[in-house]
Design a protein around this ligand. Structure first.
Ligand SMILES: [Zn+2]
Length: 136
C-alpha cells in the first residue's frame, strides 16, 4: 500500500482523480484554501513534507484566485501553524485544524466543513450544502 501511495504521490500535483483516490486511501482528511498569490503550492508542499506531513490533491483556482489542497485530518492543526508561519494567506480552514492551542484565527479566514454527499466545501454556518443541497 505505501508503495502504491508514493507512486500516486508523484502524480498528485496534476491529477484530481488520483487526489480522490488518495482521499479514500488516506482516511479522514482536511482541506485548506489559500490565496495563490500569497505562496506557491510547491513551497507549501515542500515545507509540509519536511515536517512529515504529506499533502495531496492540490487544485489551483477552483474559486477564482484561490487554491486548495488536502492533508490527513490528524495533521491539520500542525499544517495550519506551518502555513501561518509561512505567511500563506488562508481564506478557509478545516474545522479539524482548530484546537484550543492553535493560533487565533485571523478574522478574514472562514471555517469550512465538507459535505458528506458530494465532498464540497461549505461555510461552517450553512445548514445545507451549497453544491448539492444536502443537509450538513
Ligand atoms: Zn454536497
Amino acid at each position: 500500500m505505501s508503495d502504491l501511495l508514493s507512486a500516486l504521490t508523484v502524480f498528485d500535483w496534476i491529477t484530481p482523480v488520483v487526489a480522490e483516490i488518495q482521499d479514500i486511501v488516506n482516511g479522514p482528511n482536511a482541506s485548506f484554501v489559500y490565496l495563490e498569490s500569497s505562496a506557491s503550492g510547491k513551497d507549501i508542499f515542500r515545507k509540509l513534507k519536511r515536517k512529515k506531513i504529506n499533502p495531496w490533491g492540490w487544485i489551483g483556482a477552483p474559486f477564482g484566485n484561490e487554491a486548495v489542497f488536502t492533508v490527513r485530518e490528524k495533521d491539520a492543526p500542525q499544517a495550519y501553524k506551518i502555513l501561518l508561519k509561512m505567511g500563506v494567506v488562508l481564506t478557509s480552514v478545516p474545522r479539524a485544524a482548530l484546537t484550543r492551542r492553535s493560533p487565533r484565527l485571523p478574522s478574514r479566514v472562514a471555517v469550512h466543513v465538507h459535505c458528506d454527499y458530494c465532498d464540497g466545501l461549505n461555510d461552517e454556518s450553512r445548514k445545507r450544502c451549497e453544491h448539492c443541497g444536502a443537509r450538513l
